[in-house]
Design a protein around this ligand. Structure first.
Ligand code: SF4
Ligand code: SF4
Length: 529
């Protein structure tokens, strides 16, 4: 809590600029449609809101709705914000983004668009969004944005307990050049049956499955409306410097509703003030709705006792309104009309039982068969077409049993991944280099595709760093490596000052083995090699 001094301004503001929408989503909380919100802010008032935002810093401002593209003045608002130095973004269903709209989005200075794709199956998406053909238009919208040079993120609402459905959306997005995904977890109501398949255990398991599946994939994926992901990631040993606190409501984030009401988050219907009556900066700094959220020592129940209260904090919307569904459909448009609720209570959807204030690692039990399998894996993975069948034969179990056990060990976070380490020199590739490129976000997918066209590139990955794209090349000699780097540099238009080449000077191979109870440790050491 920032007593006696100003709290830092928000990093992110979500703004429901309209409630009009061409879709008919089954769960829509505001019945968005053809009718505009009562007392919606006018163009002039919207410019005034941007001026107010600038009083607090230069946050990212997400123009959402309803469908923000239903506002005739949306590009004028975006341009006004861009010219004031704000980082403008948009949350949209994508159905109204044709080539012209994509160009206008880019020309208004909007840097990134989040488009909702709830399923890789068009029929499932269309049924959820209530309009046939919505999926096709959304996918076309992604293509048009990509072609216009606008960065795209996919927002997905979890519609089933099936991880494969999320995987399918990410595969679809990868094919469209999308690397950033927000996975929105719906919150079922106390009325019991809005999302009947979703229980706290399913919720916890799905968060873990998403984290495990994409931990080293190069895909930037963030479970959203699920602050416990920080606790679960911690238990799995997954750390991502791009992740901030689990719940940022009121701390780094607020929402402006169509009529100017301000809340800490789109799903938290606690009104802190209205920008027509009070400057946004005053609301942010002085409203008790915000000031209590910035003080984790005020949290009660499990969240108050929990060692993760600073990293996670629990979903304040679920604490505030445990008897009401809040689920993302259009960037979150729960009306700010509920003055009753507990901002500081425990999150009723958390499975964790805190013991004091220190996070405890989850206890994991391994049976003798697990230990034998782990030992066999660190001994040798046979280079045959079915390595798990060979290991199974060695252990006297079936191949299916090996695969099932490996899946369980991965879910428990004991096995992160199994992958071959290829000795490139044996393939005649004796020179290797790590290269880092400083390129703008919107160019990353195109440059990554260019890099992937070289068979000498083993992998590339994105980093949250001014050098944003990294890759390794193995070539037959240094001349060939230099050739490849120069070609990439020329084709991507990268200046000499925006590229780092970190040639491998010396290689070390370290073979680490772990001792398991009842088994001897063997010291195996390989020097530089
Ligand atoms: S008890 Fe609260 S703070 Fe702790 S992990 Fe659960 S939701 Fe987060
Ligand atoms: S209150 Fe819940 S939905 Fe809102 S930012 Fe926090 S975690 Fe997300």
């Amino acid at each position: 809590m920032h007593k006696g001094s100003e709290a830092p301004g928000p990093h992110l503001i979500s703004w429901n600029v309209t409630l009009r929408c061409p879709l008919r989503c089954a769960h829509c909380y505001v019945d968005a449609g053809e009718c505009e919100a009562e007392q919606v802010l006018s163009t002039e008032e919207a410019f005034g809101v941007i001026d107010q935002i600038c009083e607090m810093g230069r946050p990212v401002v997400i123009l959402s709705g309803g469908e923000p593209l239903m506002r005739d003045d949306i590009f004028a608002i975006a341009r006004y914000g861009t010219d004031k130095g704000l980082r403008m973004a948009m949350g949209t269903s994508g159905v109204l983004i044709d080539e012209k709209a994509a160009r206008e989005i880019r020309n208004s200075g909007i840097r990134r668009v989040a488009i909702s794709i709830d399923s890789a199956d068009p029929a499932v998406h269309d049924a959820f969004r209530g309009v046939p053909g919505a999926w096709e238009l959304a996918v076309q919208g992604i293509r048009h944005c990509r072609d216009a040079g606008v960065g795209v993120q996919i927002n997905t609402t979890v519609l089933s307990p099936d991880l494969q459905a999320i995987r399918d959306v990410v595969s679809l997005g990868s094919g469209l050049g999308v690397t950033d995904y927000q996975i929105f977890f719906p919150v079922p109501t106390g009325r019991g049956n809005d999302v009947p398949w979703l229980t706290p255990q399913v919720y916890e398991d799905l968060i873990r499955d998403v984290l495990v599946t994409y931990r080293e994939s190069g895909v930037n994926i963030r479970p959203t409306c699920a602050p416990q992901f920080r606790r679960i990631a911690d238990a799995l040993g997954i750390h991502n410097p791009q992740w901030g606190r689990g719940c940022i409501a009121g701390i780094h984030y607020c929402r402006i509703f169509a009529n100017g009401d301000v809340t800490p988050c789109p799903y938290l219907p606690a009104r802190a003030g209205n920008v027509r009556e009070t400057p946004l900066k005053t609301i942010w700094q002085e409203s008790p709705v915000f000031t209590v959220l910035r003080d984790p020592s005020l949290l009660t129940g499990k969240c108050g006792e929990c060692g993760y209260r600073d990293a996670c904090g629990g979903c304040r919307a679920r604490s505030y309104n445990p008897d009401r569904a809040v689920t993302d459909l259009c960037g979150g448009i729960a009306r700010p009309d509920n003055p009753e609720g507990d901002l500081c209570g425990e999150d009723p959807w958390c499975r964790y039982e805190p013991a004091g204030n220190s996070p405890k690692p989850p206890s994991v039990s391994l049976d003798p068969a697990d230990l034998a399998l782990l030992d066999a894996l660190q001994d040798d993975i046979p280079l045959v077409s079915r390595p798990y069948a060979a290991i199974a034969a060695r252990l006297g179990i079936t191949e299916d049993e090996v695969i099932q056990k490996l899946n369980q060990l991965q879910e428990q976070g004991i096995v992160r991944n199994l992958s071959p380490v290829l000795e490139s020199r044996h393939a005649g590739l004796s020179a290797t280099t790590l290269v880092a490129l400083k390129i703008p976000d919107e160019k990353i997918p195109a440059v990554a595709r260019l890099i992937n066209g070289y068979p000498e590139v083993s992998h590339n990955y994105r980093r949250d760093h001014r050098y944003s794209l990294w890759f390794t090349i193995a070539g037959k000699d240094e001349r060939r490596i230099r050739e490849i780097v120069r070609e990439i540099q020329e084709q991507a238009g990268i200046s000499d000052g925006d590229i780092l080449e970190l040639a491998t000077v010396r290689r070390f191979k370290i073979d680490v083995r772990f001792s398991f109870p009842g088994r001897a440790t063997r010291e195996v050491e390989n020097g530089p090699g």
